[in-house]
Ligand binder design. Structure first.
Ligand SMILES: *Cc1c(COP(=O)(O)O)cnc(C)c1O
Length: 372
């Protein structure tokens, strides 16, 4: 019977496997029968949610019987003010994953080509595949997007290019001038999706003025999220900035009430919590310096990350090391694929979490390789 159900599915589902997220802490603890596992696998803010967001969440609970504001009025107003855009340039999503999905559903047709860096955030390729598109993968150069090569990979069939800036899983960012040159090089019927999920961690001089392209009305969407530095991954809220005609199209496919009431209140409060933001940035910088030094001492190198995670080349099977770390309660992300077999991605945590990771890593890589 199952065989027949599968035959009813879209042919583009063939060859797709579900996205595997980092394991939740409780699941690992339950499976291992241990307590005190730490998770450095999904680039969450180790300091937790903004305290202002927590208070807003508690206050908002009493209104849970009401549908949310379907237009996200207050959150859009606050974002617009901050970004110097009008609210009609904004779309809210159930995480920016939903906005990526809406972009795919609005614009990608079977046979379209989509240009993606390799490696990049896995979701881009999955969404393109699901729409029946051909994915053109352009290898990174010195661990970051090779925008010149990506511009050259654009053909008359190209519908969309994805740029993760910073890129996941490398943590690297493109030079702002390179992004401008890229945007000037691509034809105006190619949509650029600029995914800035980690942009708040990036040093100012490396932050491109990507909103300029939006204000100019080019076919661009810039995506940001409350899941990373704002510490609200579990609440699910992200936003996109695009020219009003693009927002209008996305609004046609978006489900009503896609961003729940708690998420809207929490995001609004988090947006105004400058103290939490700057604290998160400095804990990240200190943690990054510590981890880089310790990893270097172990002879392990990482691409120059400007985000809240590091891609570590272990020079041995990354999956095996991740499995061994998991058994001692340290959850990191193995990457696999053709290019990253010997790598793991680790989120920069609090000082005790970073120390625990380094000690666990030492124990694992200095012991005999585990049989696999
Ligand atoms: C985490 C992440 C996102 C954001 O996901 P949400 O759906 O907002 O939680 C988007 N893009 C990249 C590259 C990410 O790493």
């Amino acid at each position: 019977m199952t065989r027949q159900i599968e035959d009813l599915a879209s042919p583009y589902l063939q060859g797709l496997t579900p996205y595997i997220p980092g394991k939740p802490i409780r699941e690992v603890e339950r499976e291992l029968g241990i307590a005190g596992a730490i998770k450095l696998a999904s680039n969450e803010n180790p300091l937790g949610p903004s305290p202002l967001a927590l208070r807003a969440l508690r206050d908002a609970l009493t209104e849970s019987h009401r549908y949310p504001d379907g237009g996200g009025y207050y959150l859009k107003q606050a974002l617009a003010r901050r970004l110097e855009l009008t609210p009609d340039h904004l779309i809210l999503g159930n995480g920016c994953n939903e906005l990526l999905e809406l972009m795919a559903r609005c614009f990608l047709l079977p046979g379209d080509e989509v240009v993606i860096a390799d490696p990049a955030f896995i979701i881009y390729g999955m969404l393109a595949h699901l729409q029946g598109c051909t994915t053109v993968r352009v290898p990174l150069k010195a661990w970051t997007h090779d925008l010149e090569a990506m511009a050259k990979a654009v053909t008359p069939k190209t519908k969309m290019v994805f740029i993760g800036n910073p890129n996941n899983p490398t943590g690297t960012a493109v030079e702002p001038t390179e992004l401008t040159a890229f945007m000037d090089a691509i034809p105006d019927d190619v949509i650029a999706v600029i995914d800035e999920a980690y942009i708040e961690y990036v040093p100012t001089e490396m932050v491109p003025d990507s909103l300029r392209f939006v204000r100019e009305g080019r076919p661009v969407i810039v995506l940001r999220t409350f899941s990373k530095i704002y510490g609200l991954a579990g609440v699910r809220v992200g936003y996109g900035m695009a020219p009003p005609p693009m927002v209008e199209l996305l609004e046609r496919v978006r489900a009503p009430f896609n961003v729940n009431a708690l998420a809207q209140c929490a995001a609004l409060a988090a947006l105004g919590d400058e103290a939490h933001l700057s604290n998160s940035r400095s804990v990240n910088e200190q943690g990054k310096a510590y981890l880089l030094e310790e990893l270097h001492r172990l002879g392990l190198e990482c691409p120059p990350s400007v985000a809240n995670f590091l891609l570590v080349d272990l020079q041995q099977d990354g999956q095996a090391v991740a499995d061994a770390l998991l058994r001692i309660g340290v959850i990191v992300r193995p990457l696999g694929g053709a290019t990253l077999k010997t790598h793991i991605r680790v989120t920069i945590g609090t000082p005790p979490e970073n120390k625990r990771f380094i000690e666990a890593l030492k124990a694992v890589i200095q012991s005999e390789p585990s049989p696999r």
